[in-house]
Design a protein around this ligand. Structure first.
Ligand SMILES: [Fe+2]
Length: 235
């Protein structure tokens, strides 16, 4: 089944100020490792350089303290998902993605024990509403880190038009408020023969500050990174 997103979520979408910098927190360390001796003056980001050189994009403890922008939850979240870090079951045959990152508070302190829920559609653009395929939750480890084995979701049509591929997430420090958002993919992502640049450009809900940093594909899978910055107390 294909599903629309909840129009009521627009309120959530506009409730917060979204004009904030991305929380993707790996730039500083990559600058440190790739900035010296750059041969070109072209405006190529350290992340792009690392990708071009085939280096892994290690998650680094870089954080600017800006809260990760929220986004609408949509109607397809299901409570009581299984606790697991691997969402790839035999029925899931999409383009593989290993996603990792760190959850920080707004003082850039890593948050152990933070709850992260993930839910997404499959390689056909379908959400599992009967079961828990491509749904799961986990807790950050002692370094505030998480890891997820999944696939790149496909785009789909819904009430909001054609949605660019995205992964729904909810992140919550112990006893803190939940941050609900959606993670997107770079324009040059290659999956399912789809034009991610066009899909991203046409998506009415996209927030590019929530774009996963991707490396690969290598060996048929992408490596992605995204760091969250969340409030730990209600404001
Ligand atoms: Fe969705």
């Amino acid at each position: 089944m294909r599903h629309d997103h909840d129009p009521d979520g627009e309120q959530t979408n506009s409730r917060r100020a979204f004009i904030r910098r991305s929380s993707v927190g790996m730039t500083a360390a990559l600058v440190a490792t790739t900035g010296a001796g750059a041969a070109s003056a072209a405006p190529v980001s350290p992340v792009q350089k690392a990708r071009a050189a085939g280096r892994p994009l290690a998650v680094t403890p870089a954080c600017d303290g800006h809260e990760t922008p929220a986004a609408m939850e949509g109607p397809l979240f299901k409570p009581q998902s299984p606790e697991r870090t691997d969402l790839v079951t035999p029925a899931i045959r999409g383009v593989r993605l290993d996603l990792s990152g760190i959850v920080y508070d707004t003082a850039c302190k890593p948050l152990p024990g933070a709850l992260i829920e993930f839910w997404q559609c499959d390689q056909n653009g379908d959400y599992d509403t009967a079961g828990f395929s491509l749904r799961g939750h986990q807790y950050t480890d002692g370094r505030g880190a998480f890891g997820l084995r999944t696939i790149i979701p496909r785009d789909y049509w819904g009430r909001w038009g054609q949605r660019a591929p995205h992964i729904h997430t909810q992140v919550q420090a112990p006893g803190g408020p939940a941050l609900i958002t959606q993670l997107y993919f770079p324009d040059d992502t290659q999956a399912y023969g789809r034009d991610f640049a066009a899909l991203n450009a046409a998506d009415r809900l996209i927030n590019r500050a929530c774009t996963i940093t991707l490396a690969g594909p290598k060996g048929g899978r992408y490596t992605g990174a995204f760091d969250f910055v969340i409030q730990t107390t209600a404001t």
